[in-house]
Write a protein that binds this ligand. Sequence first.
Ligand SMILES: Nc1ncnc2c1ncn2[C@@H]1O[C@H](COP(=O)(O)OP(=O)(O)OP(=O)(O)O)[C@@H](O)[C@H]1O
Ligand SMILES: O=P(O)(O)OC[C@H]1O[C@](O)(CO)[C@@H](O)[C@@H]1O
Ligand SMILES: [Mg+2]
Length: 486
Amino acid sequence: MGLQKQKTSLKIVRGEGGYVLEDVPHLTDYLPHLTTHANPLQDNPAYSVVKQYFVDQDDTVAQNIVVHKSSTRGMHFRRAGPRQRVFFESDEVHACIVTCGGLCPGLNTVIRELVCGLYDMYGVGRVLGIEGGYKGFYSCNTINLTPKGVNDIHKRGGTILGTSRGGHDTAKIVDSIEDRDINQVYIIGGDGTQRGAALIYEEIKRRELKIAVAGIPKTIDNDIAVIDKSFGFDTAVEEAQRAINAAHVEAESVDNGIGLVKLMGRYSGFIAMYATLASRDVDCCLIPESPFRLEGKGELLEFIEKRLKENGHMVIVVAEGAGQDLIAESMRSATHQDASGNKLLLDIGLWLSQKIKDHFAKSTKIRINLKYIDPTYMIRAVPSNSSDNVYCTLLAHSAVHGAMAGYTGFTVGPVNGRHSYIPFHRITEVQNKVVITDRMWARLLSSTNQPSFLSTKDVEEARKHQEQPTQLLDEGSAAPAANTQG
Ligand SMILES: Nc1ncnc2c1ncn2[C@@H]1O[C@H](COP(=O)(O)OP(=O)(O)OP(=O)(O)O)[C@@H](O)[C@H]1O
Ligand SMILES: O=P(O)(O)OC[C@H]1O[C@](O)(CO)[C@@H](O)[C@@H]1O
Ligand SMILES: [Mg+2]
């Protein structure tokens, strides 16, 4: 196919028909003389019978699969999976695992499957758990992780390693990795964590160390770009149904009942959108991406009044990041940040409840009965469901195969259903958001029959954002919508 390597800091390979591979780094990029070994999986009774078990060196996964006759082939990522040759011998590997950022269903499953994958597939005997997130590298104890020790952990919520925000100190972390003779680092976390992982990889490369760094993307908000969806998201949507059902039961049992449910979603309303679509009991869904106002013709309070008159009750789902501009305006509050620098949100649920109550207190015609349910941490702290468990297994195994094959500085994740190795910056340069000019949001509006609350200016603004190309999509290919948007 006549592939050519480009001289850029990014690892771009171009081919015929507009084919672009955005490759991930490999240890041999800076340590060219490493020796390779036969993959021990070839003698593993479970895997050796699988026809074509090893992934072809040239297999790549297309980012854009909706194409026209005249489309260029576009962006591709390296396909994840086991390689014929590996760059680590089993008894040479000393791996470590760390979990950072907020909790998410499935963290323990990923830990379990990393440990079992390393032991069972590659005969690795030394896996260390770093406790308490990034700062644990230099300030906490470590634990030895064995298949026996992690056997049951997927049945529990949270992370057995603990987690934290803040405390990323690249030099101290890499010093600790070097001091402990660790040569494979598995980092589970969201966008902030993957930014931290990129810095760790850069420092390891600068020091020319034979250490592979693999990221496993985690976020309950599903706001990680490129990948189809993040683990734990399905579980969260399922768990959210319980709160929505309760809100519905409460609301329809009284006159003019309003059930208001707040769900997670700092910058992206995926949980709220999917939970609403799944439930069918929701009359109105509010997300950070879609601006709304309270007062005025066609705005939220008028719609609530209309729906109460029609149905006698209603259910509202609000993502925690929605309407932040409205609260900030009315409270003139200062902006606060958490230890990682994330904006601390004002409580839209309580604020909105009060605003709705105040509005109807003025009305002599409608006496409302509002119940506010905040299940945010409940949907995050549960163990992952069956489909997330299987998904977590594939993520963990893909990460192990990648590190064993000498890839480094990568995140794993499914792109159009195929697990791929994705460079860190592609995961961190943009955040996945609900595109309100896309079909999925239209489906939601049509299912709840709520107004869009958008002004012409809001729609123009949304279209502008949708068309914004990412760093590499500069050659005529439009930014691909996240797959969760259909
Ligand atoms: N730009 C950055 N550079 C280096 N480290 C970072 C950066 N942003 C965040 N981190 C570190 O990554 C860890 C987790 O970050 P954060 O609290 O933002 O959560 P996250 O990984 O984005 O997950 P989530 O948002 O889903 O909870 C923290 O220890 C933080 O110090
Ligand atoms: O209270 P914490 O642990 O900082 O987490 C809250 C945030 O974490 C997230 O769940 C992302 O992990 C957001 O939805 C939420 O705003
Ligand atoms: Mg984050």
